[in-house]
Design a protein around this ligand. Structure first.
Ligand SMILES: CC(C)(COP(=O)(O)OP(=O)(O)OC[C@H]1O[C@@H](n2cnc3c(N)ncnc32)[C@H](O)[C@@H]1OP(=O)(O)O)[C@@H](O)C(=O)NCCC(=O)NCCS
Length: 267
């Protein structure tokens, strides 16, 4: 039996913390501090190697694109409400993170899975083959009434973050098949369901870019959590500084539409 096989139950290949030294993927944290950005060390942590310059800029742009989207997003409402109920900053931020599901941030994971499933093992596709693939995906979604993760938006008919991220991706030479497929799907929606605006949203765009960067789709929601946690800390701190505890919805924002008052019959 090999002497090197670990018998310990808790194992990690990410960070070692021994003899006063913290090594992340083998790099001494002391040497990373002050020399590498937060995005670069996130890349190292998640992928095992340091990014090149373009990868580092791209990941940083992704984080910036979803850092916050205002007080009305479900995660901000939840975080501020939990704080308002008298809980701590960490409980409130965690509540915000708990809202991140298929419709909010979590669409990155589903969209990246779709792009990666379709393009798995298909290197060297012609442009026309990717367009055909996009057409088939949209036909199938419309026929079977499927919602494609990464498309559509409550507010935007063109998601401004997508537009900018795609420009940055192009400048940094990310323009692989995942990004092409993501954009062609949106083009197909424009033609086949023009009345319903279904743009490539920021989640879908991030999903395509992280796929192009070689990240596993299961990390999808993780990128959103890393970025949005900063926004949620800001939202909760503002709630703390500005608002009184125990917020209630204003009367004009809610109504009761159940049965009217009724008598309890004596038995
Ligand atoms: C973001 C989202 C919740 C916005 O929804 P909305 O604008 O309120 O749209 P609705 O839920 O009212 O749907 C309206 C129609 O568009 C269709 N539709 C909406 N999003 C769709 C999508 N992603 N793919 C296919 N069809 C979609 C609905 O099926 C519905 O069709 P119908 O009128 O034929 O029944 C929705 O587009 C969605 O679920 N997208 C996928 C998840 C996602 O990417 N979330 C990240 C958001 S940044």
């Amino acid at each position: 039996m090999s002497e090197t096989v670990s018998q310990k139950e808790w194992r990690t290949a990410i960070t070692s913390n021994q003899d006063g030294k913290i090594l992340i993927r083998g790099y001494n944290l002391d040497s990373l501090i002050g020399n590498k950005s937060y995005a670069e060390v996130c890349f190292l942590l998640l992928k095992g190697e340091l990014p090149n310059q373009n990868e580092a800029k791209m990941l940083d742009a992704i984080f910036v694109s979803c850092i916050d989207a205002g007080i009305a997003a479900p995660s901000s409402v939840a975080a501020r409400t939990v704080f308002s109920g008298g809980n701590s900053l960490n409980a409130a931020v965690a509540a915000g993170v708990l809202t991140l599901g298929d419709a909010h941030g979590g669409a990155i994971e589903k969209a990246a899975k779709m792009f990666q499933d379709y393009l798995k093992g298909k290197d060297g596709l012609k442009e026309s083959e990717i367009k055909d693939m996009a057409a088939n995906i949209v036909d199938d979604a419309l026929k079977n009434k499927k919602r494609l993760a990464g498309y559509g938006h409550k507010l935007h008919t063109v998601d401004p973050r997508t537009k900018r991220l795609l420009e940055v991706a192009e400048d940094l030479n990310f323009g692989g098949d995942f990004i092409k497929l993501a954009v062609y799907i949106a083009d197909e929606f424009k033609v086949k369901k023009p009345e319903q605006k279904l743009p490539l949203n920021v989640d879908g765009c991030i999903a395509a870019i992280i796929s192009d960067m070689g990240f596993d789709y299961r990390l999808g929601k993780g990128f959103f959590i890393i970025a949005r946690s900063a926004g949620l800390v800001g939202q909760v701190f503002e709630e703390w500084m500005r608002e009184k505890p125990f917020r209630r919805l204003a009367a004009n924002l809610h109504e009761y539409d159940g049965v009217p008052e009724r008598e309890l019959k004596k038995q």
